[in-house]
Ligand binder design. Structure first.
Ligand SMILES: [Zn+2]
Length: 293
């Protein structure tokens, strides 16, 4: 995919850490769409994370708010999936363009069978996945109690394949809540959820460390710079349960989907006040079932 890479010298709307070296590359997999080209250093700067240790890869799912997509040389993105390989080479795996390329009507979540595996998944020997919450990172305007409740609710959605649809598959993925933690996002064999700093306007980033096709650890960070809410009627902030349910799909090994799959939890565009990602659609459950350890 690197041969067609071209630099675009237009000014960029990006955080200072990332600088002006971002460019886009025509995507081979998505019709009339493009992938941004990011270096390992740029990705690590956006994600505020150290490079993975020798022999370990790091998959980053970076979701931007629908209201504030990433602007790379005039092309806007709602989501980017990038892989830093053990040899530090980067694969831009997918991106969700901010505007629908097809103009097709949104598919119904109960009849849309679409899912996109990342190629990495959990081993049965690693079940259950124990996760911890850094409650001390909760923004001051949010209740730690209700935030934890939203997180726990999101962690139930995938294992129980909670859905409004019928004819569901079986999902054998298991999460266990391991309590509070003071740890932050880093490769330490602990799966944590926290609020923290992210650059370039990212709303949330899911971090998956892997070896070969086996997932070793996943951490999740929500950007403290945005307004978050645990109240279903909160329309002017991002719903913790909605965003985290989507991010946990990344933890299972599912990638973002582009238009017209807006009914599904793995659709890679997240809006303020949105709650529809908290119930799984047909493709979400099929994907989770297929990836079940
Ligand atoms: Zn996503």
């Amino acid at each position: 995919m690197g041969q067609l890479r071209r630099r675009i010298a237009a000014p960029l709307v990006l955080g200072a850490l990332v600088g002006s070296a971002l460019s886009t590359t025509p995507a081979s997999s998505q019709l009339s769409s493009q992938l941004p080209s990011l270096s390992a250093d740029q990705l690590l700067a956006i994600a505020h994370v150290e490079a993975p240790p020798a022999g370990i890869g790091l998959e980053l799912h970076i979701d931007f708010p629908a209201e504030k997509p990433l602007d790379v040389a005039g092309v806007e993105f709602n989501a980017i999936t990038a892989v830093i390989n053990p040899d530090r080479s980067v694969d831009m795996q997918s991106a969700v363009a901010a505007e629908s390329a097809t103009g097709a009507a949104e598919a119904d979540e109960c009849t849309d069978p679409t899912f996109a595996p990342t190629g990495r998944s959990w081993d049965a020997a690693d079940m259950p996945v124990v996760w911890n919450f850094r409650g001390g990172s909760t923004p001051p305007e949010n209740s730690k109690f209700f935030t934890k409740r939203s997180l726990r609710q999101a962690h139930h959605v995938w294992p129980l394949s909670e859905s409004r649809c019928t004819n569901q598959d079986r999902v054998d993925f298991v999460y266990n809540y391991g309590g509070g933690t003071k740890r932050t996002v880093t490769y330490d064999h602990k799966n944590i959820v926290e609020f923290g700093n992210l650059s370039s306007g990212a709303l949330a980033i899911n971090y998956t460390w892997f070896s070969g096709t086996r997932i070793l650890e996943t951490d999740l960070r929500l950007n403290r710079a945005y307004s978050w809410t645990n109240r279903p009627q909160g329309r002017n902030a991002y719903q913790v349960v909605n965003v985290v349910t989507h991010e946990l799909g990344h933890q299972l090994g599912l990638d973002d989907l582009s238009d017209p799959h807006g009914g599904l939890t793995m659709f890679g565009r997240i809006a303020r006040g949105e709650l529809k990602k908290t119930t799984l659609g047909s493709g979400d459950v099929r994907g989770a079932s297929r990836l079940s350890p």
